[in-house]
Design a binder for this molecule. Structure first.
Ligand code: FES
Ligand code: FES
Length: 405
């Protein structure tokens, strides 16, 4: 068995598979996206067509391990896509499907033709679609539907001739994961004071906002008292980063992938999430992202997380301000814990400990052998949180009584 991590419809998925597992089985059996159909399993019928890094491929003759770190888009990943929306309407209007078995692969291939060949005529569409077989409808409706969308797109392009550049076909699949930072996460960050900065001035944790359904999101900022270029470089040093993160253990890594384990103690629960992550870094904006997924075999809980970060010169003093945004999703028996305020606090304290460990490590000129920080003891952190809250409560009460005199 081998662990494979693939970004499927924008989410990183990791699974243990046999090396011979093909991508279609990986999608259907491990990711449970079953819109990818298997017809011939010989690369002939095209039912299993999906995009890998933007290029249509036959998932029945592509090994899952060959897609490690790549972006795969199956038919489920086109919910919000204007060309696909037009194609769906056209297929319905022109009666281009009957049983629908060939349709997911047909739609993905058709969309590629439309984007790649904006002036394709019917003959060209026939030739391009020759690798996608339909066993029940016949091809007249399919060709008419695709051609109608080609014309529709041409008309739209004519109307916005002076507008944005035409859609470009993505590059062929690479052997490494290409940087693909979410633009929304690269917004400039506001000024940050020194030290670990709370989300509001009172030192109260900010209310976590919910992003996608079932995901929890929070933001944090902290200052590392070293120059920005040095901090940026340290952030790419995975052994150093892992040694500063309580409970983290680095198993293996290259420049863009890490495999590791994260141990958390919470009451009687001793969870150890094993998994992997894909790292991207943008040197020009000094920003990056980490997309990871892991499983705790003991509790059978699964987690997925996306963290984006950015390093800028600290605007309010020396050092570097790091802004961090974390979104995570926890499934299984531990999921009930994921949304609680304490879980958010736990995340923040983890980041606080990480910041202080990294500060210590970068300020020590003799870094020496990398030690392993203790496992993340949630009990201690939660106890500290509760103590802090009780203290805050009594100091508010005392303040209120003084004010009332
Ligand atoms: Fe892949 Fe037929 S199932 S080409
Ligand atoms: Fe049935 Fe194409 S619609 S195989």
């Amino acid at each position: 068995m081998i662990t494979v991590s693939i970004i499927v419809n924008n989410e990183l998925v990791s699974a243990e598979v046999e090396p011979r597992t093909h991508l279609a089985d990986f999608l259907r059996e491990h990711v449970r996206v079953t819109g990818t159909h298997l017809g011939c399993e010989h690369g002939v019928c095209g039912s299993c067509t999906v995009l890998v890094n933007g290029v249509p491929i036959r998932s029945c003759i592509t090994l899952a391990v060959a897609c490690e770190g790549l972006e795969v888009r199956s038919i489920e990943g086109f919910d919000v896509d204007s060309v696909m929306e037009s194609l769906r309407a056209a297929f319905s209007r022109e009666h281009a499907l009957q049983c629908g078995f060939c349709t997911p692969g047909m739609l993905i291939a058709a969309r590629d033709i439309i984007l790649r060949l904006p002036d394709a005529d019917e003959a060209r569409i026939r030739r391009e679609l020759a690798g996608n077989l339909c066993r029940c409808t016949g091809y007249l409706g399919i060709i008419k539907a695709v051609h109608s969308v080609v014309r529709e797109q041409a008309k739209l392009k004519g109307m916005v001739a002076a507008g944005p550049a035409p859609v470009k076909r993505a590059a062929a699949p690479a052997t490494v994961f290409p940087p693909n930072l979410d633009q929304a996460r690269q917004d400039p960050i506001p000024a940050a004071p020194a030290g670990l900065v709370r989300a509001n001035e009172a030192g109260e944790p900010a209310t976590p906002s919910q992003s996608k359904q079932g995901w929890t999101r929070f933001e944090e900022k902290f200052v590392i008292h070293r120059p920005t270029t040095e901090v940026w470089e340290a952030l790419a040093n995975f052994p150093v980063i892992a040694s500063c993160l309580p409970g983290a253990e680095l198993i293996e890594h290259d420049q863009q992938h890490v495999k590791g384990r994260m141990t958390v103690r919470l009451g009687p629960i001793n969870a150890a999430f094993s998994g992997s992550a894909v790292i991207t870094r943008d040197e020009t904006t000094m920003s990056g992202s980490v997309r990871g997924a892991g499983t705790d075999d003991g509790s059978k809980s699964r987690t997925k997380a996306v963290a984006t970060y950015r390093a800028v010169a600290n605007p309010s003093g020396p050092g570097t301000c790091i802004s961090l945004e974390v979104e995570y999703n926890l499934q299984g028996p531990l999921a009930q814990f994921s949304r609680s305020e304490l879980a958010q606090e736990l995340g923040r304290r983890l980041i606080g400990e990480f910041a202080s460990n990294l500060n210590g490590r970068l300020q020590d000129p003799h870094m020496g052998a990398l030690g392993k920080p203790a496992a993340l003891n949630a009990n201690a952190l939660i106890w500290a949180t509760l103590t802090q809250r009780v203290k805050r409560f009594f100091s508010r009460m005392a303040g209120g009584r003084e004010g009332s005199h």
